[in-house]
Design a binder for this molecule. Sequence first.
Ligand SMILES: Nc1ncnc2c1ncn2[C@@H]1O[C@H](COP(=O)(O)OP(=O)(O)OP(=O)(O)O)[C@@H](O)[C@H]1O
Length: 355
Amino acid sequence: MITVEHVNKRYDDFTALDDLNIIVPSGSLTALLGPSGSGKSTLLRSIAGLEHPDSGTITIAGRDITGVPPQQRGIGFVFQHYAAFTHMTVRENVAFGLTIRKQPKKQIAAKVDDLLGVVGLGGFQDRYPAQLSGGQRQRMALARALAIDPQVLLLDEPFGALDAKVREELRRWLRRLHREMHVTTVLVTHDQREALDVADRIAVLNTGRIEQVGSPADLYDRPATDFVMSFLGQIATLDGHPVRPHDIRVGRTPEMAQHTEPGTTNTAQVSRATVRRVVRLGFEVRIELQHADTGDLFTAQLTRGDAESLALQAGDTAYVRANRVPHVLHSARGKPPRPAPGIDPGTGANVDPPA
Ligand SMILES: Nc1ncnc2c1ncn2[C@@H]1O[C@H](COP(=O)(O)OP(=O)(O)OP(=O)(O)O)[C@@H](O)[C@H]1O
């Protein structure tokens, strides 16, 4: 478990971390998610020992590491642009941390072969970094970070420089790797989709503070603040209520839009709108609509099947209704948070109920 308590970090008169508290449970894959400049990297680098907080404490597995040098913290670190040793082979790069720790050669060779297999680079051991693709280089970086059996793995936008398809593959791969190895992992990302895809816990940062920590479903369905709600996924406003685009029911008639899922109640009203544009994106279809009464523009997201059976086109009239409105726990930061079950009112962190 990593605990960060009352950590402050200023750069001149700029506050990068503002009395920040977070608990990262052992074995979790926690994403630090937030807009640019919210302090994600500063927090990660403080855990790594590459930045020194002005005040506060950081512990790993109960040990206060606040003043401990990075190499003695038991951490593996991977950056967006991995600084590989270009004159060393993949094998030598991965072995580096073990070689400088003067482990027996045979043991190192066995460990490195094992890790290269784990990251899917078996057979690439004699190549040089320049002979690898960007995705392969990042996997080599992961193998190198894992070689020292770290207690904690810290990843700073590790796939940020790669194209979308490779990123997606590596996310899936990271998820699997984490399932197999259970190393407590903290991943910095500004990409909400990446956080939702990969992490089992997400901490949303804003201006150097944690807005909320919880499972992806917690944050998505029960955002603690407006900021979390708007940051995690798109939000449309329908009749004054925030609603996720895929929670808008669209019909050709008021009755179709009125339909309520069995077992749910819904008091939202049906509104009339005009279809402005229909955008097909893979299996999803986005329908851009304009509210007939207010003139507001908003987007509904449908599956391709639903969209095809509706066959709406630009200019058509549609009827819409919010199927489900996210429940924001407290509407703005700074107001005393209403303690909700499972939320620590002091830190905003989610507290798992005792087993
Ligand atoms: N060495 C530094 N000197 C001065 N200001 C810094 C320094 N490092 C970071 N900052 C500032 O602290 C703030 C937080 O930076 P940080 O890199 O932690 O943000 P981030 O959330 O990781 O952003 P990004 O997603 O853009 O990397 C930023 O406004 C940044 O300009």
